[in-house]
Write a protein that binds this ligand. Structure first.
Ligand code: G4P
Length: 530
């Protein structure tokens, strides 16, 4: 297979969901179909084993949750699939957002009994910003679900994206009978399968075969289905692949990941509709993945995966061409030609050294402290930079105090390095100068990570004083605004980031509105640029 063919068969996506919607279960079933694992439960099993044997961050062991995220690669139907795993815990971090910058599409898992939940909403915003296609899997139909029209309405209203159901559920919970497949024009019946088995026993019945449907669904369910389909055909959006790929329309599938119903159909449709790696913007114009030589950008840096070696791993998304072991590449931001040391593919706890990788793939390389989030790598003869990765708005803030002021030097070094890795953001208070540092994080767990790492790696003890702010806004038109004179609500706080950019902290959305009202022409944004 040549490079172009290798790239065309790649599908790189992230799964977004609120914790407990079924992301892990769905991933596991995908891997099962791809033959990457033999029994369901292996994904979780691996994570548990990892806590027991590895020396990944101690805090993972203490909390028993995964702080970091990994990449899963497997083959299915001729495609090479990369699933970018995003931490599923409530306390997710900025890494979760950044992972979406490396994905070409997203699968959104929604619990049929709950509809759109908070976490989905946040991650969804990033997908919208990037205009990547989103495929929806409404899960847990084997449990009592909300009304189907209500679920679709919820997605449209909450997330502002049109929906097109690709199949339609017949009942839910104990009365779940299967789905109507709109493409096949057939009803696919549901039979509860054992948790781990790959195949359930489904029969396919032509929707016009009323007698056969009545025998299986009962006439009441059949009539209800007919009524719903009539409504849907009259009022629902038409399927339009271009709109799906532009991120304006989400195809919706119904199923039950736990009992393996509707998962393989979803995967097959998804692979057909989702795009192979597409062109990305750089300061030298658009870079085509297939015709351009190797290039990549760093989207995540993970420290101390192995404490004994104090190593950092920089995760790169290959955006064009082919990577070959020991080839020379240019690190654009440092203007240095180098060889990437031991590029690896990291699947849960396994690390596999790679000889080749293609656009769409993710590689992790040992980083002796030279990479920053957003850095570009390309061929030595070239010189371009991919668009920076936005800084995502932290939602939790704390003032940091040193317990031993004699250790200020180590403290500044430590906190700056941790900020460079992108785990936290640091700010200074305008009124008080550099003496007071405010830390902002996307998930509160990062506060613990910060404390732990400062103690363990830099021998510095800190005290964190939680602040009431939940909203941060960058000033989009900072050159047109007199920051000092800007007047907001009394609970608004003015801060600066490390580059001296002015920012505002707010306690609630109402204060943001008031501040905008009081300062005509002021433009605020929740994404900063690195
Ligand atoms: P997450 O990664 O999105 O956080 O969710 P995960 O897959 O871990 O699923 C959360 C819980 O929901 C799990 O139950 C899982 O078995 C269950 N679940 C997932 N998909 C379905 C489904 O289609 N139907 C039903 N009925 N349940 C589903 P748990 O009891 O928390 O964990 P476990 O002990 O079963 O592993």
């Amino acid at each position: 297979m040549n490079t172009q063919q290798e790239i065309e068969r790649r599908r790189t996506f992230a799964i977004i969901s609120h914790p407990d919607a079924g992301k892990t279960t769905l991933t596991e079933k995908f891997l099962l179909y791809g033959g990457a694992i033999n029994t369901a439960g292996s994904v979780k099993g691996k994570a548990t084993a990892k806590h027991a044997v590895s020396d990944w961050m101690e805090i993972e062991k203490q909390r028993g949750i995964s702080v970091t995220s990994s990449v899963l690669q497997f083959e299915y139907g001729g495609c090479c699939i990369n699933i970018l795993d995003t931490p599923g815990h409530q306390d997710f971090s900025e890494d979760t957002y950044r992972t979406l910058m490396a994905a070409d599409s997203a699968v959104m898992v929604i619990d049929a009994s709950k509809g759109v939940e908070a976490q989905t909403r946040k991650l969804f915003k990033v997908c919208v910003m990037r205009k990547i296609p989103i495929f929806t899997f409404i899960n847990k139909l084997d449990r009592d679900a909300l009304d189907t029209f209500e679920l679709l309405d919820d997605i449209e209203k909450e997330l502002g994206i049109a929906t097109v159901p690709m199949n339609w559920p017949i009942g839910s919970g104990k009365k779940f009978k299967g789905v109507f497949d709109r493409e096949l024009d057939q009803v696919i019946t549901y039979s509860d399968t054992q948790k781990g088995t790959k195949e359930g026993e489904s029969t396919f019945i032509d929707v016009k075969d009323t007698a056969a449907l009545d025998a299986i669904l009962g006439s009441e369910a059949r009539e209800k289905l007919e009524g719903e389909l009539e409504l849907l055909n009259g009022a629902g959006a038409e399927f339009d692949l271009a709109e799906v790929r532009a991120g304006n329309l989400t195809p919706v599938f119904f199923g039950s990941a736990l009992t393996n119903f509707g998962v393989e159909v979803f995967l097959q449709h998804f692979l057909k509709m989702a795009m192979a790696p597409s062109a990305r913007n750089s300061d030298q114009g658009v870079i085509d993945p297939e015709t351009h030589d190797f290039s990549a950008f760093v989207f995540k840096i993970q420290a101390n995966m192995n404490k004994a070696h104090r190593d950092r791993i920089a995760f790169m998304r290959i955006c064009s061409g082919k990577y070959e072991a020991s080839m020379e590449v240019k690190h654009v931001q440092e203007n240095k030609v180098m060889r990437l040391s031991q590029p690896q593919q990291i699947m849960a706890d396994d690390r596999k050294i790679l000889d080749t990788a293609y656009a769409g793939d993710i590689i992790g390389v040992f980083d002796p402290g030279i990479f920053s989030i957003g850095d570009t790598l390309c061929m030595p003869k070239e010189n371009f930079r991919y668009e920076g990765i936005p800084t995502f708005a932290p939602e939790h803030f704390a003032r940091v105090r040193l317990t031993d002021t004699m250790k200020r030097k180590q403290f500044v070094k430590g906190i700056t390095q941790i900020a460079q890795e992108g785990a936290i953001q640091i700010f200074q208070e305008v009124s008080l100068g550099m003496e007071e540092i405010i830390v902002g994080v996307v998930g509160v767990l990062q506060f613990d990570v910060l404390k732990f790492r400062l103690t363990n790696e830099y021998n510095v003890e800190i005290v964190l004083e939680n602040l009431p702010y939940e909203y941060i806004r960058w000033i989009e038109n900072k050159d047109e605004v007199d920051f000092e004179k800007l007047s907001g609500t009394s609970d608004m706080k003015k801060i600066l980031d490390l580059k001296g950019n002015p920012l505002l902290l707010f306690v609630n959305e109402w204060s943001i509105g008031m501040t905008l009202d009081r300062n005509k022409g002021l433009k605020l944004t929740e994404f900063g640029r690195n």
